[in-house]
Design a protein around this ligand. Structure first.
Ligand code: ADE
Length: 249
């Protein structure tokens, strides 16, 4: 009996130690599209699934870690919604987002990966009230910074000869092609953006407000120009492999 008791105490102690050292961390993973979460689902050992607000959350083990995986859907509202559910319902202690982005820097080519050093909502404009572009009115929030440790790990990942670079991610509820890119040129320059997408800063804001470390990873699918739509559609189908490799790291 005493031996069993001792074993139980040891098990409990190891569990506490594991939690403290991050061994039992629960990681929330958000993929923007079906293509990405399908690739991750294939390598994930799914133990349960739960639908909340129409989104399916898959819980289980991924590369030996406790994970909850969800497809967010497109746009800032879905990004924020799924992040908050991961944190409040599933107690995610870290969040990784993977998806596609349009490049607005010449040196960033289709297939390259941007790891978000910071994200900002480029379509948030309360300048008439005296706030900066991207600044959340009546707060000091504007740029949301990814977790340094997670960023470093992401930057060290090797995926064949893929270029992986730290950058500024601009988020807005718009798919940008040439027309929109021209219209928002000054904003992109002011914010010193590297790429455009539609969820990152929303996920980042929710994580920041909840003090949950996060990392936004974006694979360049197009150049937000005339060819954006067809490049995006083409690239969507070959992205899965890269995002699952980044998550593994
Ligand atoms: N995601 C991928 N490409 C994009 C673009 N051109 N605009 C907004 N979001 C994107």
């Amino acid at each position: 009996k005493r031996r069993i008791k001792k074993r139980c105490i040891r098990k409990e102690r190891n569990k506490v130690l594991g939690t403290l050292t991050g061994q039992f961390l629960k990681i929330g993973i958000i993929g923007a599209m079906d293509e990405e979460i399908t690739a991750i689902k294939l390598v994930m050992n799914i133990r349960s699934e739960k639908t909340i607000a129409g989104n399916i959350f898959y819980s289980g083990k991924l590369f030996g870690k406790d994970c909850v995986l969800v497809k967010s859907g497109v746009g800032k509202v879905f990004g924020a919604l799924t992040s908050q559910i991961l944190i409040s319902e599933f107690r995610a202690e870290k969040i990784i987002f993977t998806g596609l982005a349009g490049s607005i820097k010449k040196e960033l080519k289709i297939g390259d990966i941007v790891v978000g050093e910071r994200c900002v909502q480029y379509d948030l404009d309360a300048s008439e009230l005296g706030f900066k572009i991207g600044q959340i009115p009546y707060t000091d929030y504007r740029f949301f910074y990814g977790d340094k440790k997670m960023i470093d790990i992401a930057l060290k990942t090797k995926i064949d000869d893929t270029k992986i670079k730290k950058g500024v991610i601009l988020t807005g509820d718009m798919f940008q092609s040439k027309k929109g890119k021209g219209k928002h040129k000054n904003i992109f320059e002011e914010l010193n953006g590297d790429c455009l997408e539609m969820e990152g800063a929303a996920v980042a804001q929710v994580c920041t407000l909840n003090k949950v470390p996060f990392c936004i990873i974006r694979i360049i699918s197009d150049n937000a120009d005339d060819g954006a739509l067809s490049d995006f559609e083409k690239f969507k189908n070959i992205v899965a492999n890269k995002s699952s490799k980044m998550i593994e790291a």
